[in-house]
Structures are given as structure tokens and as C-alpha cells.
Design a protein around this ligand. Structure first.
Ligand SMILES: *Cc1c(COP(=O)(O)O)cnc(C)c1O
Length: 393
């Protein structure tokens, strides 16, 4: 295959919203990706925390292939088996009473914001209670509603006006949150562990305090677990480690192991105000993507699987603590979502690692983000740590 020709074709025909390295990937297996030259890369990005079971997991492949050969799409006009099964799995393994399905993280947050507005209008009969509180460093997606709640001005400014009504408070600062949350607030949206914003963990006091503030002001607490949910932090849901329960939780990235899906999990209070026709999607939760998601959720929810994630995460954390470099400011994270904050921009470090066969991403300019597949093992962790050390030396 002529990689240069493919790269040229992309440049000629694809709207240039991404910067990609000059590599064409052709296949993947487990924690590894292979390019058109046959070079092997250890994948510590998982397609941005998506391919939780690694690439081409045999059980996942069989489920997808069999479902594709059986039934792929009927739209939400009709019932299908994998769809109902996935809903039951998500609800019975979480705080939620019902789930709404969509196709991405942004859409899951969009749904949560719409549902919060309707709860305020209909259940509370407070039509002016439309405010949303979001936080510094937060990332919730690129559609107009989710974007309005996303902190980085660079993402919002070219497209303003975005959805009105969002106020930002400082992450992990309850004084700031208490100033922002008031009688007009219908929802507070927060990532228990921020991904894009630099791999920042909420403190337990912060999430506990948000729960109290939301209850005081009759606002709904939305946890965006699009990146940190579903086993990534070593518990099925990131918020379990905090003992704080939201009113809604959004999921997406790893849910179908590489196929597009989003989910908004809600309590009965929310479910009670949502009626047929209120929201919808043509593609959402078709049988193909749900067959894939059923494999992922069934595997990840097992106690032994999560114990292994925690064990390997502790080992990764330990190996990263051993890195030697004056450039490192801090190593932090939860489970298999780790950030290495550096004194300077990490772009060239990422390219050097890639040249040496390790794929990693950034989370903001100065933070190196590691998000290996949840099936990662110690040998691969040793390899990744060694490559990072070489790149730092
Ligand atoms: C990636 C991400 C989103 C947006 O998901 P898309 O599928 O890209 O729309 C929302 N929230 C968080 C926390 C994310 O990491």
C-alpha cells in the first residue's frame, strides 16, 4: 500500500479539522496497532479511551460479525433484542432507572441537558429554571449545547452564540460552585475525572458538596463519565469511588468497544417527565452497536476484570512514579487513565514515543495522557514506561 497516496487523498478531500501524523493504520490486535509498512505500535491511546477490550477482541468480533449478518438497523420505530438487553445491563448495574441511547458523548450530554430543562419546566413547574453550571477544564463535546458547557474558549468562540444559560465555576472549588449554583440552576454537569482538561481528579469533598448544593437548589447532578466511566478508573463507574450518586450519567467512548454509541442514564424522576417524541435519533442503539456493547459491558462489569484493571493500574502508576526527569511536574490519574504533567508542551515527546512504537496522547498542552486498553498487561506497561523514559532522557 502507498501510504503517501492515502495521506494525499485525505488532504485533498477531507475537511481539515484534525492534525494527523503521517501513518496509515491497517489493522490492530489486542493492545497493538500495525501500519501500512508493517510497523507495530503499542497503543496507549485506545482511540481516545474507546477500544476498552483492545483491537479485534475475538468475542467482540464474533458478536459484531454475527449480528451484522443477522440484523444491523431497523431505526427506533421497532424493538430489537440486543437493544433491550443492553438497556437492562446498564440499568441493573448502575444507580439508574432508565437509559436513553444516542450515538456519541456530545449527544449523550445534549440529551442530559434537555432532560434537565424539562424536569425544571414540567416536574418543578419553574420555566425560568434553565441555568446550567459547568466547570473550568471540563469537556463535554462539540455540539451547540455540549459545547456551551465545554470550558475552552478556543472551542466555543468561533461558533458563538452557543446555547445560552451556562455559567462556569472553578473545578474542585466549592466556594466558586456555591456562587454559581442558585434557584435558576436546573443542572450541574461535571466529569468525576476530567479527561481532555488534563487528567484532573475531582476531590471527594467537591463531588459531595455538589450533591448537597444540587439538592438544596433542586438542580440535577449530571456526571459526564463519557471518558472515565465503564471500568477505566478501576470501578465500573468512576463515581463509585466517591460514594456520590448523580441524577444522570452520560456514557459513550468505550461502551461499544469501538463502534459509535452514547447513553444517558437517568433516575425515575427524570424518566417521569420524558414522553414519546421528546427526543430521538435515527441510528441510536441499533442491534449491531448494541451487540458490540453487550460484549463490552458483560466483560467489564465482572469483579475479576475490574480487579485486574485496578492491579495493572497500580503497576502503571508505580512505573510512572519511577520515571526520572526534571521535566515532570506531576503524575496523576485514576485507574488506567493517567496523566504526566510536564513543564513544557508534550507534542514532541508524543512524536518521539510514536517513532519508538508507542502511541500516547496529550490532555491539554502540557499533560501526556495514557489510556491503554483495559486488557493491558504488565509486560506492555513495562515497555511503555521504558519508551517514555527513553524519550525523556
Ligand atoms: C470525548 C468526550 C465527550 C464527547 O464525546 P464525543 O463522542 O466525541 O462527542 C464528552 N465528554 C467527555 C468527558 C469526553 O471525554
Amino acid at each position: 500500500m502507498d501510504a503517501a497516496a492515502i495521506i494525499n487523498q485525505e488532504a485533498n478531500y477531507v475537511l481539515q479539522t484534525y492534525v494527523r501524523p503521517e501513518i496509515v493504520f491497517t489493522h490492530g490486535e489486542g493492545a497493538y496497532l500495525f501500519d501500512s509498512e508493517g510497523k507495530r505500535y503499542l497503543d496507549f491511546t485506545s482511540g481516545i479511551a474507546v477500544t476498552a477490550l483492545g483491537h479485534s477482541d475475538p468475542e467482540w468480533v464474533t458478536a459484531v460479525a454475527q449480528q451484522a449478518a443477522t440484523l444491523t438497523h431497523v431505526s427506533n420505530l421497532y424493538h430489537t433484542v440486543p437493544h433491550a438487553e443492553l438497556a437492562e445491563k446498564l440499568v441493573t448495574n448502575s444507580f439508574a432507572d432508565k437509559v436513553y441511547f444516542c450515538n456519541s458523548g456530545a449527544e449523550a450530554n445534549e440529551a442530559a441537558l434537555k432532560f434537565a430543562r424539562k424536569v425544571a419546566k414540567v416536574a418543578l413547574n419553574m420555566p425560568d429554571k434553565t441555568g446550567i453550571v459547568a466547570f473550568s477544564g471540563g469537556f463535554h463535546g462539540r455540539t451547540m449545547g455540549a459545547l456551551a458547557a465545554t470550558y475552552k474558549t478556543q472551542y466555543r468562540e468561533p461558533f458563538q452564540p452557543v446555547m445560552p444559560g451556562v455559567v462556569f465555576a472553578d473545578f474542585n472549588d466549592l466556594v466558586s460552585a456555591a456562587q454559581a449554583i442558585d434557584a435558576h440552576t436546573c443542572a450541574v454537569i461535571v466529569e468525576p475525572v476530567q479527561g481532555e482538561g488534563g487528567v484532573n481528579l475531582a476531590t471527594p469533598e467537591f463531588l459531595e458538596g455538589l450533591r448537597v448544593l444540587c439538592d438544596q437548589h433542586q438542580a440535577l447532578l449530571i456526571f459526564d463519565e463519557v471518558q472515565c466511566g465503564l471500568g477505566r478508573t478501576g470501578t465500573l463507574w468512576a463515581h463509585e469511588a466517591y460514594g456520590v450518586t448523580p441524577d444522570m450519567m452520560t456514557l459513550a467512548k468505550p461502551l461499544a468497544g469501538g463502534l459509535p454509541i452514547g447513553a444517558t442514564l437517568v433516575t425515575q424522576t427524570v424518566a417521569d417527565v420524558i414522553k414519546p417524541g421528546d427526543h430521538g435519533s435515527t441510528f441510536a442503539a441499533g442491534p449491531l452497536v448494541c451487540a458490540a456493547a453487550n460484549v463490552v459491558v458483560e466483560r467489564v462489569r465482572q469483579a475479576a476484570f475490574l480487579a485486574q484493571v485496578r492491579d495493572n493500574a497500580a503497576y502503571l502508576h508505580h512505573r510512572l512514579q519511577m520515571l526520572e526527569s526534571d521535566e515532570i511536574v506531576a503524575v496523576r490519574g485514576a485507574g488506567l487513565l493517567m496523566g504526566i504533567e510536564m513543564k513544557t508542551a508534550v507534542g514532541s515527546l508524543i512524536s518521539r514515543a510514536r517513532d519508538k512504537g508507542l502511541l500516547v496522547i496529550n490532555a491539554g498542552p502540557n499533560v501526556l495522557r495514557l489510556a491503554p486498553p483495559l486488557i493491558i498487561g504488565r509486560d506492555a506497561i513495562d515497555t511503555a514506561a521504558a519508551v517514555i523514559q527513553e524519550c525523556l532522557a
